[in-house]
Design a protein around this ligand. Structure first.
Ligand code: HOC
Length: 381
């Protein structure tokens, strides 16, 4: 199929992936109201067209946490996304570095830190959850330091997991044992291209960083059971001391949706935050990132770097998020779909598309540099 947009990548991923994987990435929690709001609120923001402003030279580069980026974009951490293609996170990190943007490896990615570090030639970002087993957290942080990761993204909005109905329907959640496994095998068998590509008949995925604590259990249900039982619900602001003691690089707190929490993060010395509702996968009914972002940027934008994710389906949406006060955005589902659709080349194409779309949005709003993008490019202000 012809892929000319982010929704096209989604459709290509839908055709290629076994259902349990596609729905896992695509879905949100409960009635998916927040998932829809993320997309709708952002796309509804009207841009203000300006003309005759010499837009022949556009500079989309920026700097985040001391790193020069060719675009104000990073690939978000996504659990299991690496299963979308063979050694998926290794392909993703290569595409990201070729495009000059950071890749973020999830704690629960399919490839472990060391393997991704081996595939990369530049530093990438590492994402961590609060895990009950502090020794395991220390070990992951030590591996991230060893791999020269250039930022830590600490996800704080998952003290308990939200329920995703689609995962029950596909057998990914709640149906362990033989029945669940057989159902997933059946879904994979109708996608032989995917099964061949990820190497189901060759070296299997190791289930990433978590493999060493799965005690030899290799099934996806073991992986999910571990996640369900090991994310720490006692997580609180004092835990940042623990993180700070173990991690010396830039610290980005992901999952902030309220200005008071943003102020707390700034108070405690975070270098950045990600305004995020976890892609509509946690508390359904909370604000979209689009609505949460402006008051947060207003409250702390001069004290730390505000990033945002949620609902970005084009380069135009990236520009909209910047106009609302973000200094950069995290692309989530879009890269997972592009990985499924075309591996490393798919993500390269996605990032070229996002850049091209950003160029048009900047040119037609009369902005030539990232720093010029602010709320004045939105109609109605
Ligand atoms: C049952 C635990 O961030 C996601 C990931 C991690 C999910 C853990 C689910 O899917 O949003």
């Amino acid at each position: 199929m012809i892929v000319a947009s982010v929704p096209d990548f989604r459709e290509a991923a839908r055709r290629r992936l076994p259902r349990f994987l596609f729905e896992y990435i695509d879905g949100g929690s409960y009635a998916e109201a927040t998932l829809r709001r993320n997309v709708d609120d952002l796309s509804r923001l009207a841009l203000r067209q300006r003309v005759l402003r010499d837009v022949s030279k556009l500079d989309l580069s920026t700097e985040l946490f001391g790193q020069k980026l060719s675009l104000p974009v990073a690939l978000a951490p996504i659990g299991l996304a690496g299963l979308n293609a063979r050694r998926g996170e290794c392909q993703a990190v290569r595409a990201a570095e070729k495009a000059g943007v950071p890749f973020t490896l999830s704690t629960v990615g399919a490839c472990p830190i060391g393997e991704v570090a081996g595939a990369a030639s530049k530093p990438f970002w590492f994402q961590l959850y609060m895990i009950r087993d502090r020794a395991f957290m220390r070990d992951l942080l030590a591996q991230a330091m060893e791999a020269n990761c250039s930022a830590l993204v600490f996800t704080v909005d998952m003290p308990v997991p939200g329920s995703r109905y689609r995962d029950y329907h596909t057998g990914l959640a709640g149906s362990g044992g033989l029945q669940g496994a057989l159902w997933r095998v059946a879904q994979a068998m109708v996608r032989p291209g995917w099964a061949w590509d990820v190497g189901l008949w060759g070296r299997p995925h190791t289930l990433g960083n978590v493999a060493p604590v799965l005690n030899g259990n290799t099934g996806i249900e073991d992986f999910f059971a571990w996640m369900r039982n090991n994310f720490d619900p006692s997580i609180n602001w004092r835990d940042l001391d623990f993180i700070r003691a173990e991690w010396k690089g830039p610290l980005i707190i992901k999952g902030i949706l309220d200005p008071e929490d943003a102020k707390e993060a700034a108070e405690l010395g975070a270098d950045g935050i990600v305004v995020s509702n976890h892609g509509g996968r946690q508390l359904d009914g909370v604000l979209s990132s689009t609505r949460a972002l402006p008051p947060i940027a207003e409250a702390v934008g001069d004290r730390l770097t505000v990033l945002a994710d949620g609902g970005i389906r084009s380069g135009l949406d990236v520009v909209r998020m910047l106009a609302l006060g973000a200094k950069g955005v995290l692309l989530g589902r879009a890269w997972a779909w592009a990985l499924a659709a075309g591996g490393e080349a798919g993500i390269t194409k996605l990032l070229q598309l996002i850049e091209a779309e950003m160029r048009v949005a900047m040119a037609l709003t009369g902005t030539t540099k990232i720093a010029e993008i602010d709320k004045t490019i939105l109609a109605g202000d």
